[in-house]
Design a protein around this ligand. Structure first.
Ligand code: E4P
Length: 221
């Protein structure tokens, strides 16, 4: 499973990159707003310098022609840019053309298996089902991930399933059990993945025992 970090905060991306387990980055306009980004292209370029992995940069145009213009510009920022396109009729048309042009895409805001099926037919590089936002409205985000994987496996679609809108480590565990290709998550969740109280308690005991051993007298044989 690939790990992407879901943020536009440069320090967080650098921290995740330094951990050595980062495969890419996803951003969206709301994450850009949180950071107060004014120069969108410049900010994406900085992210692409931090990581060699795929960096999803979301376009904000909504009509096909405008989407194509914006997507082609965004794709020029760096070799590892993936153009993030919303799952609308114009977005699907744009994904089809971008795929034909060899530009990778991340089809975002997916909330149903039918949407995911259309995105794969258009040739999207990634499909992003939003798990947490479905859970938020008492639906089942993980069931959607399962449905998409089953459909893609049945027809051998190459589109990668990118589990998005992840809120906690169990989302990652369940997405991994289902075989999702990618999980994108906040830095907090990436760090939570390796935490366990028994690891902390076990390490403390080992270190305490080691320290006591250094102070102990040589046992008589
Ligand atoms: C990533 O590609 C998505 O934009 C992101 O995971 C959405 O997460 P949210 O539902 O927590 O905003």
């Amino acid at each position: 499973m690939k790990f992407f970090i879901d943020t536009a905060v440069l320090d967080e991306i650098q921290e995740a990159q330094d951990m050595g387990v980062l495969d890419g980055v996803t951003t969206n306009p709301s994450l850009m707003k949180k950071v107060g980004v004014k120069d969108f292209h410049g900010h994406i370029a900085k992210i692409c310098e931090i990581t060699p992995g795929d960096v999803s940069a979301e376009i904000t145009a909504v009509t096909y022609d405008e989407m194509m213009t914006e997507a082609r510009e965004v794709a020029q920022i760096a070799d590892n840019v993936v153009v993030k396109v919303p799952l609308t009729l114009d977005g699907i048309k744009a994904i089809k053309t971008l795929t034909e042009e060899g530009i990778p895409t991340n089809c975002t805001l997916c909330f149903s298996p039918t949407q995911a099926l259309v995105a794969a037919k258009a040739g999207a590089t990634y499909i992003s089902p939003f798990i947490g936002r479905l859970d938020d409205i008492s639906s089942n985000g993980m069931h959607l991930v399962k449905q998409i994987i089953e459909i893609y496996d049945t027809y051998d679609y190459e589109t990668e399933v990118l589990a998005a809108s992840i809120r906690h480590p169990m989302h990652v565990v369940e997405a991994a059990e289902l075989g999702a290709d990618v999980a994108t998550m906040p830095l907090k969740v990436i760090k939570q993945l390796l935490q366990h109280p028994l690891t902390d308690a076990g390490l403390k005991k080992f270190l305490d025992d080691w320290k006591a051993l250094q102070g102990a007298e040589e046992p008589a044989n």
